[in-house]
Design a protein around this ligand. Structure first.
Ligand code: GLU
Length: 462
């Protein structure tokens, strides 16, 4: 018979281990709105599983019958679907009572747990719970982010694992499910570290292999306090409503507590999967910075192609826009690049409309004649310069009337007289605003006739 050498045996084992399929889980409790912190936990679990061609499981932890609500479960599912975090399996703990019961019975049979008679806290309340027999020992685990963590479990006492055979508590259900679903990596918030020693004791008692743990840093607000409603929106769907792009939102979330170790910050979903490494997740808390979110979203906006922008923008156009006098799709298509330049998220379009920032592209603006006069210039001068501008514009071809050709036509005159003296009144004549894009861009949108018409109206006012 051929004996396998010890060397090849080692290699065989090594291969077995590295080829083990990675399985992660995201295990939210549907007891409140779906928080951005939960979304980040889901994301890290997802990125890690996808990167290693593993499995990502969604597990709804709804054993708390009073606090769990179906509408919150729906919100979790809608939020994840908006973000594109798709699961390979879904499980609901409320549907697994029989499984937990089997384990509770086994723990009792093996004397790892016992039914404990308790003094009822309220009259008529149950007087028994199921407690775990604490072996009083030291438990240590190597957290993939935080390093070795050691606990003495003595302080935990004989903790309760179920209220009764049909009502298991959190630590037990997590352990049973992590074991039964073959979870290899438990990636969750640092607020769960204190649960880990209890869970390790229970894993040992049911004879389960221990998953690897990675406790990720919490998300704080800019003032370093817990991120809450008073800092602004905290639920994922609110960000969807505000018109952020899901890919940008994921990019932003990933950067709270992680970066690939380079200066690069803008990533597509695919790139996040490729670059994500658990080992590079920070130990300390991350900050949720809304300005950074706007910046990341804007960077993603810039990456969209013209066609993508057109499709996206049509879906988010506020109805107020179409109510502007003189609105036409044709003009709107022309101002898309200008609009994109001025927004960082889709809902900013509605703000621009509300603030009257887009009206003048469609309608003759109203303004005071005094507004037309630049600093030390006079009304008379402004009139003279505008007359000259018209004279120059008249020489132009209607078909060849765009921001570049208009600029070419007017530039040397503006330089000769003073740019502010000439271009300020022209810009106000076209937009009625103290601040707006330059007059060349507006001229292109308006076209030759409308541009000249508006400048004539300004001259009449002066
Ligand atoms: N259900 C727990 C929660 O929502 C998470 C449990 C876990 O990840 O182990 O906080």
């Amino acid at each position: 018979m051929h004996m396998r050498s010890s060397k090849s045996y080692v290699i065989f084992h090594y291969r077995m281990n590295t080829e083990k399929k990675i399985v992660t889980r995201f295990a939210p409790s549907p007891t409140g709105s779906f928080h951005v912190g939960s979304a980040r936990t889901a994301l890290f679990n997802y990125l890690f599983a996808r990167k290693h061609h593993g499995k990502f499981i969604l597990r709804i932890e709804d054993t708390d019958k009073e606090r769990s609500k179906k509408e919150y479960e729906e919100e979790i599912i809608d939020s994840l679907s908006w973000l594109g975090i798709d699961h390979d399996e879904i499980h609901r703990q409320s549907e697994r009572t029989d499984v937990y019961k089997k384990y509770i019975q086994k723990l009792i049979d093996d004397d790892f747990a016992y039914i404990s008679k308790e003094e009822p806290q309220e009259e008529g309340k149950r007087s028994e719970v199921i407690r775990f027999r604490n072996p009083h020992k030291k438990v240590s685990f190597k957290d993939l982010i935080l390093g070795t963590i050691e606990f003495d479990t003595t302080d935990l006492g004989d903790f309760v694992i179920a209220k009764d055979m049909d009502t298991p508590l959190y630590n037990l259900t997590v352990v049973v499910d992590d074991f039964e679903l073959g979870i290899t990596h438990v990636i969750r918030g640092q607020d769960h570290i204190s649960n880990t020693p209890r869970q390790i004791l229970l894993l040992e008692a049911i004879g389960a292999t221990r998953p690897l743990y990675a406790h990720i840093p919490l998300i704080l607000a800019s003032d370093r306090s817990k991120l809450s409603k008073r800092h602004g929106a905290t639920s994922v769907l609110e960000y969807k409503e505000m018109g952020y792009m899901s890919e940008a939102f994921l990019n932003f979330l990933a950067l709270i507590g992680w970066n690939p170790g380079t200066d690069e910050e803008i990533f597509s979903f695919e790139q996040l999967i490729e670059k994500f490494e658990l080992e590079k997740v920070h130990k300390g808390s991350g900050i949720f910075n809304p300005e950074k979110l706007d910046w990341v979203n804007k960077e993603h906006l810039k990456l969209l192609t013209e066609i993508e922008i057109e499709i996206a923008i049509k879906k988010v156009l506020p109805s107020e826009l179409k109510q502007i006098e003189g609105y036409s799709e044709e003009i709107f298509s022309k101002i898309i690049p200008i609009v994109i330049e001025r927004i960082s998220k889709w809902s900013d379009i509605a703000t621009l409309v509300k603030e009257g920032e887009l009206e003048y592209y469609f309608t003759q603006p109203s303004y005071d004649s005094a507004q037309l006069v630049w600093k030390k210039s006079t009304a008379e001068d402004a009139k003279k310069y505008l007359e000259k501008v018209i004279e120059l514009l008249e020489t132009m071809n209607t078909e060849d009337f765009n921001s570049l050709t208009v600029k070419d036509t007017l530039w040397s005159y503006a330089e000769e007289i003073g740019k502010g003296d000439v271009l300020w009144p022209m810009r106000v004549a076209l937009s009625g605003k103290d601040r707006s894009p330059d007059p060349f861009m507006i001229s292109e949108v308006l076209g030759k006739d409308e541009t000249i018409k508006r400048i004539k109206i300004a001259i009449e006012k002066l």
